[in-house]
Design a protein around this ligand. Structure first.
Ligand code: 5GP
Length: 191
């Protein structure tokens, strides 16, 4: 999506450790009009899918998922991050290793909000090694729900997550795929 690529070039910052900072428009300050264009694009890309729910993960996924949901006319469920879950049978849970913070945490969703009747689109801001998306997929499988696809704002194509999902036959639509980026020069090349 050219609009998003242009914005990343203009306002994104490449940091050491393969981190792309986009906090000026995506995950701290949020450009909601850009989110609107992204939501419309996901709706176009997943037009052939019967989706009745969007699943994302707190915090950065929530804003983009909510704006996208207005195009799909479906509710958004977000997985909450916690440390140590009380397994009382009411929760779907999975473990996720944070790419940016390098620690493992639990993600949880109430069984009330995901079940076998659900056809789900997963949305998140970044795809790197795929841990977050894999954790969300684990919640879907515990719920007996159907994964219809994955919509990502920025995929870092030089990390393994995206290609692993494609190899499994999952419909993955990343609006911008970074092929390479250089912290020294700030150069970002898109796939
Ligand atoms: P993964 O689980 O695919 O390894 O990483 C995806 C998650 O880590 C996303 O939910 C996102 O919050 C965070 N993340 C991964 N790479 C980056 C990055 O380059 N910049 C930012 N801001 N977040 C990232």
């Amino acid at each position: 999506m050219k609009l998003l690529e242009d914005r990343i070039r203009k306002d994104g910052n490449v940091k050491e450790g393969n981190i792309l900072k986009v906090d000026a428009f995506l995950n701290h300050q949020m450009d909601v009009e850009l989110f609107h264009e992204m939501g419309e694009e996901w709706k176009r890309l997943f037009a052939d899918k019967k989706i009745n729910k969007i699943l994302t993960i707190e915090a950065s996924g929530i804003g983009i998922a909510c704006v996208a949901a207005e195009f799909f006319h479906v509710p958004v469920v977000f997985a909450k991050k916690t440390q140590g879950v009380n397994l009382d049978g009411e929760l779907l849970t999975a473990k996720v290793e944070s790419f940016t913070k390098k620690k493992v945490y639990d993600i949880v969703v109430s069984k009330k909000f995901l079940g076998p009747e659900d056809h789900v689109l997963i949305i998140d801001d970044f795809l790197a090694n795929g841990c977050a998306v894999n954790g969300l997929m684990e919640l879907l499988s515990q719920a007996g729900a159907t994964l219809e696809g994955v919509g990502i704002a920025i995929e870092k194509g030089f990390q393994a997550g995206g290609d692993a999902l494609r190899a499994k036959g999952i419909k993955l639509e990343s609006l911008a795929i970074v092929q390479s980026m250089d912290a020294a020069t700030g150069e970002i090349i898109f796939r």
